[in-house]
Design a protein around this ligand. Structure first.
Ligand code: IGP
Length: 263
């Protein structure tokens, strides 16, 4: 059966061809000249101290549908930063997540912390788009890429000054993730094929990930108890979207999640 991931990847390939036809790669690459330096996404997460939050700007998703009606990326970005998010993640997929590169641009302009382009990256064209839109980091999903593609996109991201966050769900993809040189590794707790979420998924994989890697637990994090459990298991950072985006008062929700008093 075709999974949602297969469906998204198929749609993404069409989208990439359309984007290339509208704005050829050569022209897009021209915009790389004179860009300000990227912010250091890796160092921000690798720093000492309590578990770090990558707060996600996500309007909708295939599993949840519309998550938030009242949606202003710049305001949400500032709220996240003011309440102690270390980095931001911005969904840029339009078809399935109601995101956009414009949202990324607006969010990045509103804050001083590093920002990740969250999308289904299959082609180096998307890395250039990310950098031009202001991204400091990109997500690479091991389940969407062959080992060769993963390695190539990983190296190209680094060449562009982007930090790759390499995500896996399947434990069998771990060797390819480590072989490409990833030091920032995300374990998705949500199986993108079935949408099932299990927080213990990251915890079970923890011991198989080298100590010099920064480990990010992704998806399904809801409560301060979840955060404490992940922190105690040696997880360095959490990537959280839905449970924060659903709240009327996003700032207060971040405070509660991190167990820190309001600022
Ligand atoms: O909204 P959640 O359950 O807090 O999850 C955030 C993030 O992990 C999730 O959006 C995500 C993780 N990996 C992805 C890959 C593509 C799209 C989305 C994702």
């Amino acid at each position: 059966m075709e999974s949602i991931l297969d469906k998204i990847v198929a749609a993404k390939r069409v989208e990439i061809q359309q984007a290339k036809a509208e704005n050829p790669e050569g022209d897009l690459r021209g915009a790389l000249d004179n860009l300000p330096a990227a912010r250091d996404f890796f160092d921000a997460l690798a720093a000492d101290g309590p578990i770090k939050l990558i707060a996600e700007i996500k309007k909708a998703s295939p599993s949840a549908g519309l998550i938030r009606e009242d949606f202003d990326p710049a305001t949400i970005a500032s709220t996240y930063a003011q309440h102690g998010a270390t980095c931001l993640s911005v969904l840029t997929d339009e078809q399935f997540f109601a995101g956009s590169l414009e949202n990324l641009r607006l969010a990045r302009e509103a804050v001083e912390i590093p920002v990740l382009r969250k999308d289904f990256i299959l082609d180096s064209y998307q890395l250039v788009e990310a950098r031009v839109a202001g991204a400091d980091a990109v997500l690479l999903i091991a389940e969407c890429l062959s080992n060769k593609e993963l390695k190539r996109l990983f190296d190209e991201a680094i060449d562009l000054g982007l930090t790759p966050l390499v995500e896996l769900y399947d434990a069998e993809r771990l060797s390819a993730v480590l072989a490409c040189g990833a030091r920032l590794v995300g374990v998705n707790n949500r199986d993108l094929r079935t949408f099932e979420v299990d927080l213990d998924h990251t915890i079970r994989l923890r011991e198989r990930i080298p100590a010099d890697c920064v480990l990010v637990a992704e998806s399904g994090v809801r409560t301060h108890a979840d955060v404490t459990r992940l922190e105690q298991a040696g997880v360095n950072a959490i990537l959280v979207g839905e449970s924060l985006m659903r709240e009327d008062d996003i700032g207060a929700a971040v405070d509660r999640l991190l167990g820190r008093p309001g600022l």
